[in-house]
Design a protein around this ligand. Structure first.
Ligand code: FAD
Length: 583
């Protein structure tokens, strides 16, 4: 065993070295990007934006990637971190086990509240720089059975998915010493769902289409025990090209367009508006996320008429006259997020674990620093499960559960863990992006969760069903052998569970911040991702996804690959003028 541990440590070091060698930080120099003309201006260096920018520059397109935030990972120049990482080439973003601290120790990579009324990443990597790294391939049914007309089908995204997995594989075995950590919760939930409820135990990404009553260990996009994602993969190849430039600290306010034909963008840099121009036959690609891409479109005179009217009345944008507008009522419409509930579970065999930011347990700190192993090599999700609830109309509603390592709220005893359970695909409720306040800040409309009773009833029925496989218990009389739900009684009826999960509390109707589906293909954008009614304006991020049965990061990355493929097919002529890459 020690030999294998030592070998693993050597492999880790080699991997770290191999990954470190080609890593490039974004250029600090502005490289005269304002004076040049670009084939493609990509707005947002996030999960999808980095991928589309890399692929366009790879194909010879002179590509400008504009990001409102700053550095995040160490290789991007991120230096925010606790003292125990001193002397390493790690920022807080690189260490998976520091994920949860993003909620308590507010961090520079998160979006300021004045930018968006939600929790998102605003830095190189976007939300992939602050998320847990869960990386689940969506089942084919997510593409084939969703209610959108004209969306991409599973056959359409197959090649893009394969290209993605070649650049960014998924891992289940996150710890470089080959072991799994913090397993008491995993074991207790496995006994409940697999042994007693009859769920199938699967390798989740080995069977992406199997999402009905399955249980398994989470898959992540970590690389060598550190956060992975597009900033560590696609961005590194893009930065090596002369025809690519990433500009951080550049917040795109709106695009210059006449009749839906864009000529460039206006970006605020150090508080000063600056123009970046498209070359003839150029394209603007919005990859600012499902809340912010619709916002910038609206600021650019493209969107629902009433919103454009509000912006015009306040003289908030230059698009004050209806003759300048491209009315597209689907911009921002259909916004989706998972309605979630935290269920606190206790079991005498469980040992809870929290992830301190400043002072990890010395053994765990040393394990991570010496060999990228141990609890800090993952974000603390020990197990995941999926299921569907059939509906009368023949459709089905998806439900996902993710198991953490500690209790929450009033239930933080040493034998407590949290099940985060939420509705996924097939829900009947969705919302839209609304702009509010004097700064027209984007956020979700009210009623985005549970507006349709069938959604809450489906999730309640699922919870009721899995509760039946638990031993009898009550909050005052916990089970001696097995899990006890603490905040929802084990013997609750479906109606009682429905009321609990649809009534706001610190455990229910939370915001998961998995924003997607606000510019759906076939409605807001065409299959090339071009915004309907425009000539050369595209959206490639989670906005174009249907609601998925799994966490959306993988899907957003597929959108990056697929969007680039479709965009490139729209360019008839190929030319590659000299540009400026890494100066
Ligand atoms: C806390 C948290 C945890 C999550 N955990 C997971 C997980 O474990 N697994 C999973 O699958 N999903 C997870 N998600 C969701 C997932 O990370 C996102 O859905 C996905 O990353 C979104 O990708 P995107 O490309 O649409 O947008 P983003 O990655 O958010 O990228 C948008 C980028 O655009 C930039 N931008 C915005 N406006 C402008 C502007 N005006 N000018 C210039 N740049 C701009 C932003 O700064 C950002 O960099 C999580 C989300 C959150 C908030």
């Amino acid at each position: 065993m020690w030999l294998s541990l030592a070998l693993n440590a050597i492999v880790t070091l080699l991997n770290t070295k191999a990954l470190a060698a080609p890593a490039r930080a974004p250029p600090q120099d502005s490289c005269g990007w304002l004076a040049q003309e670009w084939d493609a201006i990509v707005v947002g260096a996030g999960t999808a934006g980095i991928i589309v920018a890399d692929r366009l520059s790879e194909a010879g397109k002179k590509t400008l990637l504009l990001e409102l935030g700053g550095p995040s990972y160490w290789i991007t120049g991120g230096r925010e971190r606790p003292a125990w990482l001193s002397g390493t080439e790690l920022s807080r973003v690189d260490v998976p086990g520091l994920y949860l601290s993003i909620f308590s120790e507010r961090s520079a990579p998160t979006c300021p509240s004045g930018v968006v009324s939600a929790f998102q990443g605003c830095a190189v990597g976007g939300t992939s720089a602050i998320n847990a790294g869960l990386y689940f391939q969506p089942p084919a049914s997510d593409w084939d059975d969703n209610r959108d007309q004209g969306g991409w089908r599973s056959a359409d995204v197959q090649a893009a998915t394969e290209r993605l997995l070649a650049r960014q594989p998924s891992v289940t075995n996150y710890s470089q010493d080959g072991r799994f950590y913090l397993q008491s919760g995993y074991e207790a939930v496995r006994k409940w769902l697999v042994d007693d409820a009859g769920f199938e135990d699967v390798e989740i990404n080995d069977e992406p289409d199997n999402k009905d009553r399955v249980f398994g260990r989470p898959a992540y996009n970590y690389i060598g025990g550190q956060r992975g994602g597009p900033a560590r993969t696609y961005l590194q190849t893009a930065l090596a090209r002369e025809n690519f430039h990433l500009q951080t600290g550049a917040r795109v306010k709106y695009i210059n367009q006449v009749g839906g034909a864009a000529s460039g963008v206006v970006a605020e840099v150090d508080g000063v508006p600056q123009n970046a121009s498209l070359a003839p036959n150029g394209r603007i690609i919005f990859s600012a996320g499902a809340l912010l891409s619709p916002q910038i479109l609206m600021y650019s005179g493209i969107g629902p008429e009433a919103v454009l009217q509000d912006l015009a009345s306040a003289s908030f944008t230059p698009y004050v006259s209806p003759s300048q507008w491209v009315v597209n009522p689907e911009v921002g419409e259909g916004l989706f997020d998972n309605p979630n509930t935290f269920i606190e579970l206790s079991d005498p065999t469980i040992r809870s674990y929290t992830y301190p930011y400043a002072d990890p347990p010395p053994r765990d700190r040393d394990l991570y620093l010496s060999s990228r192993s141990g609890p800090y090599a993952f974000a603390g999700q020990t197990a995941v499960f999926f299921g569907y609830v059939p509906q009368r109309d023949g459709s089905r509603i998806g439900v996902q559960g993710t198991i953490g390592t500690a209790g929450f709220g009033d239930y933080t005893g040493n034998s407590t863990i949290t099940l985060n359970v939420y509705g996924t695909s097939g829900l009947y409720s969705s919302g839209r992006v609304v702009l509010s306040g004097g700064n027209f800040t984007p956020g979700p409309s009210s009623g985005i969760y549970y507006a349709d009773r069938r959604d809450g009833m489906a999730i309640a029925a699922f919870i009721y069903d899995i509760f039946q496989a638990l031993p009898p218990s009550g909050p005052e009389s916990p089970a001696a052998d097995g899990l006890t739900p603490l905040n929802i009684a084990r013997n609750s009826t479906v109606e009682e569970i429905y009321r609990y999960i649809t009534t706001w509390s610190q455990y229910a109707v939370g915001t998961v911040n998995h924003w997607s589906s606000s510019c759906r293909i076939g409605k807001c954008a065409d299959a090339d991702t071009k915004v309907i009614g425009t000539e050369n304006i595209y959206v490639v991020d989670a906005s174009v996804l249907p609601p998925l049965s799994v966490n959306p990061q993988f899907g957003a990355m597929v959108a990056g690959e697929k969007g680039a493929e479709r965009l490139l097919a729209t360019w008839s002529a190929y030319y590659a003028p000299a540009g400026c890459g890494l100066l």
